[in-house]
Design a protein around this ligand. Sequence first.
Ligand code: FAD
Length: 426
Amino acid sequence: MKQIKPIYSDILIVGAGPAGLMAALQAAQVACSGCSIRIIEKNPRAGRKLLAAGAGRCNISHTGSIEEYLQHYGPLNGSRKKLLKAVLYSFSPADLGEFFAHRDLPLKELNEGKLFPRSERSLDVVELLERSAEQAGIHIHYSDPVAELYLGNSEGETAPRTFRLRTASGTIYEAGKLLLASGGASYPQTGSTGDGYELSKELGHRIVPPRPALAPIELEAYPFGELSGISLPVELRYPGASKKAGRTTGDLLFTHRGLSGPVILNSSRYLAQGTSIEIAFTDKTPEELLHFLSEAKAAGGSGLLKSRLRALELPARFIRLLLQHTGIPEELKLADLGKQASRKLTALLTAWPLRVSRVGGWDKAMLTSGGVALPEVHPHSLESRLVPGLFFAGELLDIDGDEGGYNLQFAFSSGAVAGRSAAEQI
Ligand SMILES: Cc1cc2nc3c(=O)[nH]c(=O)nc-3n(C[C@H](O)[C@H](O)[C@H](O)COP(=O)(O)OP(=O)(O)OC[C@H]3O[C@@H](n4cnc5c(N)ncnc54)[C@H](O)[C@@H]3O)c2cc1C
């Protein structure tokens, strides 16, 4: 290994996803002219996960104040809150909006505060970042995964500490500043296979065990397979969790094998195999629902129960399954609705109990929770507290946001902060 002359850069970045690309671009703005910035990317092109974002439409960011933003990254313990605040104030959603607007790809709000590029094409975002990197003189080395990382000294052993990387092709890179932006472990087909955890560990960092997040769930004795494709608003509860974490409202999507949709994806960080959950399919309390049913019975006479239940804004296929599940005949007349049947319906509609058998898999989870432990990272610079000159950005860090643009915003913001901080040290 010693015979191969390392290729030197001032800043070396691992990973050409949104975090790594933004880090390089912001570093290029701050760094001295003539400074070299290099990205090593395992894939033949940049931003493969970014291409898949928002089903190819790229939900880049979200409207709202930073204080509102902070509510979308799970439980806010001390170091997570500090880091998120520092990063999001330093390169804010407004800064990101301006970044794209200046490059002729302004963001627009599509639904419920979600921000997309005007063209609604992830490809345009990736091409814009690649083009900007090329114009800024950033070298991107593709199709060559980093295989090994170690600390070295450039000329003899007396020079300041440097980082050395060996890639699969055997090339050795050396740099004064190293920025790890190699993503998490979800959607491994996009290149994010958790390599950054090993690289960080080699440099002494603690990794909070990675778990699939923003993931669908599978359930024991799953009853809803035949409703696949139907989506409806619900409240999801997970008993035993803290009050705030234990209740989420949003759209639920039934799939063949389990549950998905925003309400599940955003809660998946709190769920695990064996977790008991309850789903409320109505916003009525049990008392209100019992009252609704007894009123319907009194007024309805020969009308059908299933028709009356439609007033709860439930899809017909769901009502059919509900009646089957409770053993109530589908053609039951309201006049024949007994107390026991009313109670059964009420119990399921207000708190349908289920038990999680599986969260994710990595191939379905859109995100990783866990990663580089935040107490070991300076929140304002994203520099390692253990190894000076080492920086982190993006999903590799122990931060996971809700769906809706919060994760790309964090990837871009943290990339910007880490890239600038690295460049300021040169
Ligand atoms: C299907 C899907 C849809 C999504 N949609 C959205 C959305 O609409 N909005 C949103 O906010 N978030 C979305 N996300 C999440 C978002 O894409 C990620 O949070 C974001 O891409 C993380 O950026 P990153 O730069 O940290 O990591 P990544 O985008 O994963 O980039 C890391 C890069 O590092 C490279 N790499 C890894 N290991 C090595 C190595 N050893 N050597 C060299 N290179 C390496 C990888 O190939 C990759 O290019 C989605 C995720 C998925 C999977």
